[in-house]
Design a protein around this ligand. Structure first.
Ligand code: RP5
Length: 172
């Protein structure tokens, strides 16, 4: 990575998405990926959102993560304006608890893809972005490998501790 120019863009439709999308930023930071954060709405600021997406590649961005709730057209609107990889995070909000956002984000028409993670899957969106970037950046690949090794180690330790409890009631 040259200087500290952002490689990843984290975009969300509203400030109310921040408590969830913060997790994306946390994982990117942990993996050593430079990023920028932007609030931009497909509905409330459509022209600015389109311009942001159109200019992203020339500004050095290599992957975009877009989180939005309800009608959730943000990731699709961004994908319509760039050929960079776009990862969509459906945010749980409103009467339909994120199922509306999931369907809006995942059901893109052929030719304009959005890689959609789970409802509120902000951390996985960051890991997927890291996987994409790891093709070009060995240090990001190393960070991902180290994270997986650590996760495995923690689980194996817990699993060993569990094996000592043979009575299921004791484990509850
Ligand atoms: C979407 O509508 C946003 O992404 C947010 O998840 C939802 C509600 O937005 P606010 O009314 O809280 O600004 O566009």
């Amino acid at each position: 990575m040259k200087d500290n120019a952002p490689l990843a863009a984290v975009v969300m439709g509203s400030e109310s998405d921040l408590p969830i999308m913060r997790k994306t930023a946390e994982v990117l930071k942990e993996m050593g990926v430079s990023y920028e954060i932007k609030i931009s709405s497909a509905h409330r600021t459509p022209d600015e959102t389109a311009l942001y997406a159109k200019s992203a590649r020339d500004r050095g961005i290599e992957v975009i993560i877009a989180g939005a709730g309800m009608a959730a057209h943000l990731a699709g609107a961004i994908a319509a304006n760039t050929t960079l990889p776009v990862i969509g995070v459906p945010i749980k909000s409103g009467e339909l608890n994120g199922v509306d956002a999931l369907y809006s984000t995942v059901q893109m028409p052929s030719g304009i893809p959005v890689a959609t993670v789970a409802i509120n899957g902000a951390a996985n969106a960051a890991y997927l972005a890291c996987s994409i970037l790891s093709i070009k950046y060995p240090e990001i690949r190393a960070a991902l490998d180290a994270k997986r090794a650590k996760t495995r180690e923690i689980l194996l330790e817990k699993s060993e501790a569990d094996a000592r409890w043979t009575d299921p009631e004791e484990r509850a």
